[in-house]
Ligand binder design. Structure first.
Ligand SMILES: [Zn+2]
Length: 325
């Protein structure tokens, strides 16, 4: 029956494989299982259109949606020493790094950029959970220091989007040293009188929660984000008690005074701009790109042309009568 194997089967396979939907066109929501069309999901900032679940979003994609017209300038981050501990588990550390770089098309787990949101100039840094779980190593430390220095240089506020599984174990003690280092960077902003806003996204854990992610002047979180030092499973095993529902999630932490706001991703841009303009003494938020009405000198010339309408004349007579009496 060779002809079945050699002829019929490939024919059937090719027929079916052609009808198969390419994997990258659809994404399954982890929360509700709904199949979501790729473009629709991207337009909705990677928030499930069915249940509102906030999926992981890469920093570059976030910045494209955040900054006016999607335009931003990357801030250069000094490159740290490669693999200082010569760390090896199942794979060598440089191999893991290269694989993550190839998969994400980014150099490391944090992206720093400068630009404007609703014409409010800012410096922003975003952590990439897709890059080795967004782990905080020397590069992330360098990125936060670079972001703070740039913010001080330009006299702009710093907005930081956190997402991390904690410190990067491949860099051992050197990754833990980024905790005091980034704390000093935040202190630089405070001394310069510049606002520092943190947006905590799912998940923000470990050493990141224990340092720069909790030091914001305003602490905002995305809905249902897990924010903790030790995870709920570890705590449950240690204290041998069941934890309350929603423990360490954004809404729970808001109820218990650990956060200032829980804001859906779609509303973040406007909220950030409003808060930042308030804190930096800029005028209120103006929507759209048209100039403000009072800038136009025309109204005086235009008025007589509108007046002939009977409705416009009526209210004008009333105040005239008042002045006579
Ligand atoms: Zn969903």
């Amino acid at each position: 029956m060779n002809w079945i194997n050699n002829y019929v089967r490939p024919k059937i396979n090719s027929l079916f494989s052609r009808r198969e939907v390419p994997e990258n066109l659809w994404t399954k929501c982890d929360e509700c299982g709904q199949m979501l069309f790729h473009r629709e999901l991207k337009d909705n900032l990677r928030v499930c259109t069915n249940c509102g679940h906030h999926m992981h979003i890469a920093p570059r994609e976030r910045f494209q949606a955040l900054f006016d017209g999607g335009a931003f300038r990357e801030v250069a981050v000094p490159k740290p020493v490669d693999d200082p501990l010569r760390f090896r588990d199942q794979k060598r550390y440089p191999e893991r790094l290269r694989a993550a770089q190839k998969a994400s098309n980014e150099t490391e787990a944090m992206l720093v950029a400068e630009g404007e949101i609703y014409r409010t100039p800012i410096v922003a840094a975003a952590q990439d959970f897709g890059f080795m779980a967004g782990s905080m190593g020397m590069y992330v430390g360098n990125a936060i220091v670079a972001a703070a220095e740039r913010a001080v240089e330009l006299q702009r506020p710093l907005v930081l989007f956190s997402a991390a599984g904690g410190a990067r174990m491949q860099e051992g003690i050197l990754s833990l040293m980024q905790m005091p280092r980034t704390t000093v960077a935040v202190e630089m902003l405070r001394e310069a009188g510049l606002p520092y806003i943190v947006v905590l996204t799912h998940p923000t854990t470990g050493g990141v929660t224990a340092s720069y992610a909790m030091l914001g002047d305003v602490q905002i979180a995305e809905p249902n984000a897990l924010i903790c030092f030790a995870g709920p499973r570890v705590i449950e095993q240690t204290i041998r008690e069941t934890l309350p529902e929603g423990f360490q999630r954004a809404e729970y932490l808001l109820d218990h005074g650990m956060l200032d706001r829980v804001t859906p991703r779609g509303a973040l841009k406007e909220e950030l701009a409003t808060i930042l303009r308030m804190l930096t003494g800029l005028g209120p938020l103006v929507h759209g790109d048209l100039p403000r009405p009072e800038v136009e000198p025309q109204p005086v010339v235009a008025e007589p042309e509108i007046r002939p309408e009977p409705q416009a004349e009526a209210p004008e007579e009333a105040p005239a009568e008042d002045s006579r009496t």
